[in-house]
Design a protein around this ligand. Sequence first.
Ligand SMILES: Cc1cc2nc3c(=O)[nH]c(=O)nc-3n(C[C@H](O)[C@H](O)[C@H](O)COP(=O)(O)OP(=O)(O)OC[C@H]3O[C@@H](n4cnc5c(N)ncnc54)[C@H](O)[C@@H]3O)c2cc1C
Length: 261
Amino acid sequence: MSLRIVVCVKYVPDATGDRHFAEDLTVDRDDVDGLLSELDEYAVEQALQIKDEADDAEITVLTVGPEDAKDALRKALSMGADKAVHVEDDDLHGTDALGTSLVLAKALEHVGYDLVVSGMASTDGGMGVVPAMLAERLGVPQVTLLSEVKVEDGKVTGRRDGDAASEQLEAALPAVVSVTDQSGEARYPSFKGIMAAKKKPVESLDLSDLGIEADEVGLENAWTKVDEATERPARTAGTIVKDEGEGGKQLAEFLAGQKFI
Ligand SMILES: Cc1cc2nc3c(=O)[nH]c(=O)nc-3n(C[C@H](O)[C@H](O)[C@H](O)COP(=O)(O)OP(=O)(O)OC[C@H]3O[C@@H](n4cnc5c(N)ncnc54)[C@H](O)[C@@H]3O)c2cc1C
């Protein structure tokens, strides 16, 4: 039986770009460049390593996002994923984490899965809650924040590193896992991979394909929303120490003043 791995990847505004809120206080995703959330590249990488180890496995990458989110899927396909699913619908605008987890869960049931792999958090909302919400909605175990993950004998096993100790964890499949940015460098797409990705299938779905009503998602139905957003004050130049022999002393006084030492 082929192991069905589904990786949830998010399309996020480029952190080096001019990220700002739109009038309705959702993140302006229209005229801002976006990309595959960096933390989800680790999820794609771990899925590819599990596939390399498995006798027979297939990787589907799944995203809920606007039209441009296809770029995130293309990147994951060029890294080596086999196929993609894109859930896109105007009614999804401003959807909160609860709504996103609902759409992802329905899409996963549509696609079919044995192992769901996600990043530890997105690089824009950054809540780190969707994997747990997904596991709850799907009624399967979750093993989160893994720095190492393996699949063998119908089980997923992994190591979670904490400050004080490392835990060895396991769960029977089907299951949801999330991996950290310590799980190993994500591979760069090869030229061959980029060319092959252009021919790989991308299935497009909307809410009606998943049997989801518009009043279950979107900004109007969000349980949480941004009430107010204030510009972060511009960064100041900071204190410049010109070393005319007393530089070290001035630096130590500055650090002591900031209670760094
Ligand atoms: C600045 C900002 C603040 C926000 N604040 C809130 C808030 O307080 N409460 C709230 O409910 N929502 C909030 N949202 C909306 C929330 O970001 C989205 O609903 C999002 O899709 C899920 O939350 P997250 O990005 O924090 O995901 P996380 O829980 O951080 O994501 C963890 C993992 O889930 C998967 N994943 C997440 N989103 C998607 C997706 N769209 N498609 C595929 N896989 C995905 C990825 O594998 C990701 O690594 C906020 C968004 C932004 C940009």
